[in-house]
Design a protein around this ligand. Sequence first.
Ligand code: PEP
Length: 258
Amino acid sequence: MSNSRKYLIAGNWKMNCNAGEGAALASEIVAEVGQQTDVNVCFCPAFTALETVSKELSDSNIALGAQNMHFEASGAYTGEVSAEMLRHLFVSYVILGHSERREYFGETDVVVNQKTRAALAANLKPIVCVGESLEQREADETIAVIKTQVEAGLAGVTAEESEALVVAYEPIWAIGTGKTATPEMAEAVHLEIRNCLAGLLGEEAAGKIRILYGGSMKPENADALLAQENIDGGLIGGASLKAQSFASLVHSAAKLAQ
Ligand code: PEP
């Protein structure tokens, strides 16, 4: 992690926690790390828990995120939620293009790009997810896949807008499997992502963008991952559902930020 970037520890609760359970988990996390200032912290509940969780976060430094949004502002899109609707609930981050959305809901790079641009236009901070499958890694296609996802996902984003952008590298084979990329493997891809961002947005803008690692990050492996030069935080699934584990990841980042 470079001094010019602040760590971001982001929790992805996925389809877990109803409104009441979400509020309870949020309140436990606030009690542990709610006043943290050395590290940016956010978590992303399901849509139905955003309002109750938002209330729990109101006196803390923790930001609220969502897990998805539609790229249109309003209209006949049954079941969808717009950036503006999220802003009304004090949401500031939104996860876009998570591999589960790509796999189960057919999201393409084109859709991820539409969402990313809509999020930025609405003053949301998109966390744009990229990552290769096991087959792609074994076929030595990791870098090509990641480059395509970054270039297509961020097409048309300007250097100025990119200050709000976060990228998350999540190797699909490491998500929810307990298998983590080694710190060296992750850093190698993060560096490629940084170079790709520099090609798109220029060196200066690329140097400011946070690139998170996601894929079975937990208290036992966080220190080594977060110590890498181009790993600027984590997108955390399983370990974000336990206040103690999530807080421990925030503490790891805070220690390294000193
Ligand atoms: C995720 O789905 O974003 C994720 C990183 O999950 P886990 O931490 O459970 O691997």
